[in-house]
Design a protein. Structure first.
Length: 300
């Protein structure tokens, strides 16, 4: 029996408890789920390093995959990669049992469709340049297991996140990550504890990867895409915070850089936009390395 499917003796009579007792039990479940991340940190570190290595390849793609609630959490994390870190949208793929329809209309039977998983891998041409992040609380979901197997056979790097030990998904993935959250407050309702741990693990994994790929400096999302007024204000503050320039100088540089924070910071340091872009390209997009050796006062 999978741990996430076990009906815990602790919660017998749950429906007869007072509201505050039920909420405390649910809170305990959430805290236990977060605590399950601590033993998984080494596996997340290994997975992140493998992802960074693969995603540095030209035209590499980041693929998020899953079914049901786990698939939705995977997609949610992936959807943030472009606005937060500037990851190219054409290098993102979302694969979910039953496709886009499953996002708005749940269909539990679709997660057993192994044939569609293999078709998804072939139809998207997954191969050695790609990296797949697959999530399944049970670790046995047929769609997700078959997708990982097919993707690995095609040469893609495969990462798997599951909440039950010694399950097929973790055994076949290149980089397995176990989040041992144990029984749920409501047996089998993995949108609760398991989902919380998955959400946290996905966010930690992708953030570490994007830090290593040069999309973060000093805790700032320097590759973000400013698509609304709030983000435009944030973008305007970042060159100022990084360089110590006056607000007017930073905003002028950002305008000259067409809204690109990294380029703007280098313009403040004395480069023109073209020189700044060349320097960033030479450093693999790493702003800290690109700034090394430039005069803080603004001359090269």
């Amino acid at each position: 029996m999978l741990k996430t499917e076990v009906a815990s003796q602790r919660y017998i009579g749950l429906d007869t408890w007072d509201d505050d007792e039920i909420l405390r039990a649910l809170w305990d479940g959430q805290m236990n789920a977060v605590a399950a991340l601590r033993p998984a940190l080494p596996a997340l570190q290994t997975a992140a390093a493998a992802l960074v290595d693969r995603l540095r390849k030209p035209a590499s793609r980041l693929v998020y995959a899953g079914a049901g609630a786990s698939g939705l959490l995977a997609i949610q994390d992936g959807m943030e990669m472009t606005p937060t870190f500037g990851w190219p949208s054409d290098r993102l793929i979302f694969l979910m049992a039953r496709g886009d329809k499953a996002r708005l209309s749940p269909d539990g039977g679709s997660e057993d469709d192994a044939d569609s998983a293999e078709w998804d891998v072939g139809n998207n041409g997954l191969g050695p340049a790609d990296a797949v992040v697959a999530v399944a609380a049970s670790g046995t979901t047929r769609y997700t297991v078959h997708l990982v197997a097919a993707a690995r056979k095609a040469g893609a790097l495969t990462l798997a996140i599951a909440n039950n030990p010694d399950t097929e998904l973790l055994k076949i993935a290149d980089c397995p990550v176990l989040l041992d959250t144990g029984p749920e407050v409501i047996a089998g309702s993995t949108r609760l504890g398991a989902g919380t741990a998955q959400k946290a693990a996905l966010g930690m994994l992708s953030t570490l990867v994007m830090v290593r790929l040069g999309h973060v400096m000093d805790g700032l999302m320097v590759s973000m895409v400013a698509t609304n007024a709030k983000l435009q204000d944030r973008a305007a503050r970042m060159p100022q915070a990084i360089t110590g320039a006056e607000e007017a100088v930073a905003r002028k540089a950002l305008e000259a850089a067409d809204g690109r924070v990294k380029t703007a910071a280098l313009i403040v340091r004395g480069l023109d936009a073209e020189e700044a872009d060349r320097r960033l390209e030479a450093t693999g997009g790493n702003l800290r390395r690109a700034m090394a050796g430039l005069d803080p006062g603004g001359s090269t």
